[in-house]
Design a protein around this ligand. Structure first.
Ligand code: 6R9
Length: 654
């Protein structure tokens, strides 16, 4: 545990002087006091925050009902509010000319675009009018399959404006994966672009939507935003051109007041079983989580320019490209491209060009940039505007943390490593910028209202005190927790609440050090993390196993220097012929069933997989063998023990 010594890095001395206004917390004592209050009297704490940060059209009469045991949690009952009003109208009324969205195109030679809060109000109103004209009603689910362009945000907020539930599907998913999600959501409308641009390449979004909707009988309209000048084939009666249609609708459409607990969005994520989970988030609770963490973790001020490089197709993009920055009335940067196109200095160029105050990204990108850049490469970039750097999606190693702090932040910015999940809606462990003592590699302290527990995984008992390691749970409900899994409340209960009764189970292992800081160890279930993308091993296995030549398959996440984990497939075959071509077929099968990012990096063929006497594959052995370990622990109960020879790419019988 040498890297976990927990050396504290102080906040740069003039950090507070560079703040445009007053930081949201004065010091760690204020954090401690407020945190204690939030745990002692959660209802008072959350009610105060809700009244301070959200605008309700009707006040709530009950702060919270439900418990973690029964899983029926509801917050701010009786209250009515609209998410789009909170993100757009209330700022547009006061400051119509303040910039809401800055769009940075893939190609830096193309012009960036700014949208003020006033413009955004017009655009979301018109888009909401169009959705209504397409028959979308309150409670309907609209699927959005879009790259990182301003229309993606407009579409999302337009759904919220009329009380429709948005379901954004990451544009890296295949047509089959998109089809499954549209079918599950029973969407009438899907919104897409003709094409997308990313890292100099073209993404065929409309083409993929056309493929997907062939098997989606509920779809009546496909709305297409033009992003490129490419050829576009429209299906008459079904496809409508966004830009042309929008002009037909009024520049102001009143937002629909929603109940606090009405669903705001659906977002599919991977779990430990094969089928993706459609996680549903509420309106008031989710928005409050976004606003509170935006305010205290990132210390967002309305004059800030917030650059989150996460894709809107994942929860990070939902909460920190859209909801948190817009709820707090600052400017959000939407970047269409990749960290290394046209060169690895691209993030620096964007930060300098737009005067970004915050940058929020995943360690996988930082590892890539660390490898490609020297101090000389970035010496010309003026990024003194940066105040806060955030990390998300996977543990950040102390080495990368230091590089982030010294190299990217130029020792002037503070770092917050933010631990959270699609299901938690917003951060649950993170440093409050400029206040929490920073320890490279630790996600630090719990966010307000989050009562954490380290649980002994075998006994199921909470481990009290410091210097303890186990699985991470949460002891008390919080507003932005997911409310259910679409179509399967039982699965929701079993995954999060029935594993350790009385706790929300995160699925991650964690260590609480001697002074109460948390160090996330990674997943303890069958979820793997590749470049910050969360993938289910069993989902990939179920695709592979469909191949007629495959007898058995196990997907293993193997440590990887660049991507965190890399996907390895270990398979046994029904045939000994054409092994190379079978491997290729497996890769294309996964690419088309899920998406290119889920394709195995390496496929190993074995005679038989190691199993317990009851026939369960012992992944522990495979994981160790593929990571180059030779000590496998107790294998006395394993039926077919295999020895791994990396040079042969083969597992052979011992
Ligand atoms: C926000 C997001 C959630 C899983 C989570 C954990 C891992 C996220 C982390 C982190 C260590 C961090 N994770 N943030 N691990 N340190 N700061 O990534 O959501 O896609 O649902 O993934 O990601 O394993 O359980 P999601």
């Amino acid at each position: 545990m040498a890297s976990m010594s927990g050396k504290v890095i102080p906040t740069p001395p003039d950090w507070r002087k560079r703040h445009p206004s007053t930081p949201s917390l004065a010091n760690i004592l204020e954090y401690n006091t407020l945190y204690e209050e939030s745990i002692r009297s959660p209802e008072t704490f959350w009610a105060n925050q809700a009244r301070d940060l959200l605008s309700f059209t009707k006040n709530f009469h009950t702060v919270h009902t439900g418990s973690l045991e029964n899983g029926e949690n509801a917050w701010f009952l009786g209250g009515k509010l609209n998410a789009c009003f909170n993100c757009v109208d209330r700022h547009a009324f006061v400051n119509p000319d303040r910039v809401a969205i800055i769009c940075e195109p893939d190609d830096p030679a193309d012009e960036s675009q700014t949208i003020t809060y006033g413009d955004l109000l017009r655009q979301v109103s018109q888009a909401a009018g169009l959705l209504r004209a397409c028959g979308v009603k309150k409670g309907d689910i609209v699927t959005i399959y879009m790259p990182m362009v301003s229309e993606t945000i407009v579409s999302i907020l337009a759904c919220a404006r009329i009380g429709a539930i948005h379901s954004v599907v990451f544009a890296g998913f295949s047509a089959d994966a998109l089809r499954d999600r549209i079918q599950d959501a029973e969407s009438k409308v899907v919104i897409t672009t003709d094409e997308g641009r990313r890292g100099g390449k073209t993404i065929q979004t409309k083409y993929l939507v056309d493929q997907a909707v062939q098997e989606c009988p509920t779809i009546t309209n496909v709305l297409v935003c033009k992003r490129t000048a490419g050829e576009l084939v429209l299906t008459p009666g079904r496809d409508l051109l966004w830009g042309e249609e929008l002009k037909k609708y009024s520049a102001y459409l009143p937002p629909v007041p929603m109940d606090s607990e009405d669903f705001l969005f659906l977002l599919y994520t991977s779990g430990s079983t094969g089928k993706p989970k459609g996680v549903l988030h509420s309106t008031a609770g989710y928005l409050l989580g976004a606003a509170v963490t935006g305010k205290y973790v990132f210390d967002v001020n309305c004059q800030d320019r917030f650059f989150c490089s996460g894709d809107i197709g994942w929860i990070t993009g939902h909460t920190y490209v859209i909801y948190a920055p817009l709820l707090l009335g600052c400017s959000t940067v939407v970047f269409e491209g990749t960290p290394t196109y046209p060169s690895p200095t691209r993030f620096w160029d964007i930060i300098a060009k737009h005067g970004c105050t915050h940058f929020y990204g995943a360690p996988t990108a930082l590892r890539l940039l660390k490898r490609s850049l020297t101090k000389a490469d970035i010496s010309g970039a003026n990024i003194m505007s940066l105040r806060v750097l955030g990390s998300v999606g996977e543990p950040i190693s102390p080495e990368i943390w230091r590089w982030y702090h010294d190299f990217m932040g130029d020792e002037q910015a503070v770092i917050t490593d933010t631990y959270w999940q699609t299901e938690t809606g917003s951060h649950i462990i993170a440093a409050c910028a400029g206040v929490t003592p920073m320890k490279p590699g630790s996600a630090s302290l719990p966010c307000f209202g989050i009562d954490l527990a380290i649980i002994d995984p075998v006994k199921g008992e909470e481990l009290r005190g410091n210097s303890v390691e186990g699985v991470l749970g949460i002891k008390h409900p919080w507003p932005s927790m997911a409310r259910t899994i679409r179509g399967s409340h039982d699965r929701y209960m079993d995954t999060y609440f029935n594993v350790y009764k009385g706790y929300y189970f995160t699925g991650d292992g964690a260590y609480r050090d001697h002074d109460g800081h948390y160090w996330i160890r990674g997943r303890v279930d069958d979820v793997i993390n590749v470049s910050g993308h969360r993938l289910s091993t069993s989902e990939i296995e179920s695709v592979i196993i469909e191949h007629p030549s495959i007898a058995e398959a196990a997907i293993i996440g193997v440590p990887d220097e660049l991507t965190g984990q890399a996907i390895n497939a270990v398979v046994s075959l029904k045939t000994t012929q054409d092994i190379e071509s079978i491997k290729q077929q497996l890769i294309s099968k996964v690419r088309s069933a899920i998406g290119p990012f889920a394709a195995p990096r390496r496929i190993l063929v074995v005679e038989d997989l190691p199993k317990t006497r009851s026939g369960k594959i012992v992944r522990r052995i495979l994981r160790k063998a593929l990571s180059g370990e030779t000590e496998f622990g107790d294998i006395s109960t394993v039926r077919a023990y295999k020895q791994f020879d990396p040079s042969l790419d083969l597992l052979t019988i011992f």
